[in-house]
Design a protein around this ligand. Structure first.
Ligand code: UD1
Length: 421
């Protein structure tokens, strides 16, 4: 176990490169199960979830090679054990992404019940309903879900609620189903579009990704291809908030600014100077008085739930009062109690938080409860007076590559130390 110790109060200055997106890399890795031959995937972030996914593929029989140019070669075309073991995937909900590809390519799958961040009940009923409608026979026990199908049929499926991994799972399965599958009320997230683009580069016929309705015409096989994973829009947004909250000047490179338009607009509305280039965004808050702004989380292109916690920290030191309403997950305010320990003035009413800005936060001993909540505590620590200690940081390592290295490069003072009991 490790913890982060942050000495707050430094203004952050400088530039950093954004890493590849975990939420784009994970489905792309799962999709290699559908392919014939070796896929070469680049710009994968060095994160625990990516390592777990590679171990998972390897445990099923895939061959994995790390190349000097940074690309990872994955050959999942000879899976011998279509099983996602409990020990490997209990901490990673995205393990369920192998379900659609396994049943489509190998006719069966045994998948551990998903784990991951504790931000709500997070059912997978849409994934299962879609696969069942495709013809898979599904049974389960407390630890595993079992799927079997001789052949799958094309379906016309309407998601009752927008689901990112649900869209990805069914879209992947449909690529190898004879006929035309139509998925309605799909997630429009850039990571869904990225997966469709990747699969199309392998020979799939997916149309409409990024819109509500996606249509997939099945093909008999898919050839593996070479691909660089999309940048991480949540990482980029987190570092921009770090610049803003410390009254600093931070430039985040290697991104597509259009994709994070909603975040840069919010920062600008909060009084932060925002400069948008072709592949970078910089924030200048050196002379800004941050003004509180309401936030309402929604599926893309709305404000991302994965940035809610970080903007709550920013609002907690802003002038004025705002409301943050979380509409995607029912239990995503676990950072509130920790931010309050640091002096934030926040009142909760079900899925709404009312935040009145205070002049400064104060360092405290806090604990990370989930991935994005831990990012919000790091941001609080950057601005908080004195020292902040954050425990349970394994959550943050699931989603942020070298977070203390990147922030220290910008002038933060963060150390990681082992926890000795
Ligand atoms: C993905 C992201 C996660 C992000 C979330 C919302 C990955 C690996 N993770 O998670 O970072 O916070 O999108 O942008 O890409 N739901 C159901 N039944 C289902 C599926 C979902 O009721 O079968 C509900 C969920 O409980 C939630 C909502 O739909 O309330 C959206 O969840 P979903 O988009 O599926 O989230 P994930 O794909 O798990």
């Amino acid at each position: 176990m490790e913890r982060l110790i942050i000495k707050g109060g430094n203004h952050l200055f400088g530039e950093i490169d954004c890493s590849g997106a975990k939420n784009a890399g994970l489905p792309i890795l799962a999709s290699t199960i559908l392919l014939d031959g070796s896929a070469y995937i680049g710009n994968l972030p060095h994160l625990q979830d990516i390592t777990t996914k590679l171990e998972l593929l390897n445990s099923m029989g895939a061959n994995i090679n790390f190349h000097e140019d940074g690309f990872i070669e994955i050959n999942s075309s000879n899976i011998t054990l279509p099983e996602a073991r409990y020990e490997l995937v209990k901490t990673m909900r995205a393990s369920i992404l192998v379900m659609g590809p396994l049943v489509a390519k190998y006719g069966k799958a045994k998948i551990s019940q998903p784990g991951g961040c504790d931000i709500g009940t997070r059912p997978i009923d849409f994934h299962l309903a879609g696969l069942e409608q495709m013809g898979a026979k599904i049974t389960s026990d407390s630890k595993y879900i079992y799927l079997e199908a001789k052949t799958l049929n094309p379906i016309d499926f309407n998601f009752p609620k927008v689901s990112v991994t649900g869209t990805e799972n069914l879209m992947m399965a449909a690529t190898l189903i004879d006929g035309v599958t139509v998925l309605r009320n799909c997630a429009k997230e850039p990571e869904v579009v990225e997966l469709a683009n990747y699969l199309n580069s392998c020979g799939a016929k997916i149309e409409g990704a990024g819109e509500s309705n996606i249509s997939i015409t099945g093909v008999s096989s898919l050839e593996a291809s070479r691909w660089n994973v999309l940048f991480d829009r949540i990482e980029a947004g987190t570092y921009l908030v770090a610049g803003a909250i410390t009254n600093g000047h931070v430039k985040v490179n290697k991104i597509i600014p259009q994709t994070i338009k909603i975040l840069t607009k919010k920062l600008s509305d909060m009084g932060v100077g925002v400069n948008v280039g072709e592949n970078y965004v910089e924030v200048d808050a050196t002379s800004s008085d941050i003004i509180a702004q309401d936030i309402y989380t929604e599926p893309f292109p709305g404000f991302p739930t994965d940035m809610q916690a970080q903007f709550m920290t920013l609002n907690s030191i802003a002038s004025g009062t705002c409301i943050i309403e979380e509409t995607v997950f029912e239990n995503r305010f676990q950072h509130v109690s920790q931010l309050k320990k640091m002096g934030a003035d926040i009142t909760l009413d079900n899925n709404k938080a009312s935040i009145t800005g205070v002049s400064n936060l104060v360092g405290a001993d806090v604990s990370a409860s989930d991935l994005r909540a831990s990012a919000s505590l790091v941001l609080a620590g950057l601005v908080g007076k004195n020292k902040t200690q954050i425990d349970d940081i394994y959550h943050i390592d699931r989603g942020y590559e070298c977070i203390e290295e990147k922030l220290n490069k910008l002038g933060a003072e963060i150390i990681r130390e082992p926890v000795v009991y």
